[in-house]
Design a protein around this ligand. Structure first.
Ligand code: IPE
Ligand code: IPE
Ligand code: MG
Length: 233
């Protein structure tokens, strides 16, 4: 494989396809979600190894509450177990744990576990794992506008607006969506204005380091212009 020349500073992933992956094996959807959590661990460690600074992953959208109670409960349970089981690994690998999303609707003990791990991993870190959980791009923008109104502002710049979003981290350079859907599904609407996009047919549980390397190679070859011209400085 060619050498990776240009590693994105911030990679954001729509981890999609757990349900279809499980269905293909005649297994319940939750089996796919469990496999997806293992993929996340592998991809997170790989990103850390190659020098990614921020990894944002879409784990649960504000629209995912529409799913069956059984699936929603299983996803909440899985996230809580993940917080417990990943603690040592995050600390060992110097990864800061961060969650972006609406607190409203999330179980109190889960919220406490999130806050505790955020705090515990916030001192000494090299990479940030930002989990979009109970996250919606429109909800985030609406929440920002409400905070701005509360602050009594009458006008605002783009830079100031960005600071009202859930977390003050740089915009993603690269957005990956697994399982072949060509849509954004309410992910980071504000932040992806100039992100490069990559879609693979692989279901999330089948995504691995080799697929990630392929994706980053594709990114390395892109020419980002941000509306300007490379020949005019
Ligand atoms: C992504 O996999 C995980 C979540 C949305 C929580 P899906 O559960 O959406 O899997 P598919 O898209 O139905 O295959
Ligand atoms: C997006 O996937 C949300 C997550 C990966 C958490 P969905 O499966 O919810 O998106 P749609 O319904 O296919 O657009
Ligand atoms: Mg899906």
């Amino acid at each position: 494989m060619e050498k990776i020349l240009n590693v994105p500073n911030h990679i954001a992933i729509i981890m999609d396809g757990n349900g279809r992956w499980a269905k293909n094996q005649n297994k319940p959807r939750v089996f796919g979600h469990k496999a997806g959590a293992n993929t996340l661990r592998k991809i997170m460690e790989y990103c850390n190894k190659i020098g990614v600074t921020y990894l944002t992953v879409y784990a649960f959208s504000t629209e995912n509450w529409k799913r069956s109670q059984e699936e929603v409960d299983a996803l909440m349970f899985l996230f809580k177990s993940y917080i417990k089981s990943e603690r040592e690994n995050l600390l060992k690998n110097k990864i800061r744990f961060m969650v972006s999303g609406r607190e409203e609707g999330v179980n109190l003990s889960l919220m406490e576990a999130i806050k505790e791990l955020e705090e515990a991993t916030s001192k000494d870190y090299e990479m940030t794992l930002n989990i979009a959980f109970n996250y919606g791009g429109r909800a985030e923008i609406t929440d920002a506008v409400n905070k701005i109104l509360k602050d009594g502002r009458t006008s605002i710049t783009e830079e100031e607006f960005s600071k009202y979003l859930y977390n003050d981290i740089p915009d993603p350079d690269f957005v990956i969506r697994t399982s072949g859907e060509f849509r954004i599904s309410n992910f980071l609407l504000w932040q992806i204005a100039y992100s490069e996009i990559y879609i693979t047919d692989k279901y999330w549980p089948d995504f691995d380091e080799i697929e990630m390397e392929k994706a980053i190679l594709s990114y390395s070859k892109r020419e980002r212009r941000f509306g300007g011209r490379l020949d005019v400085k």
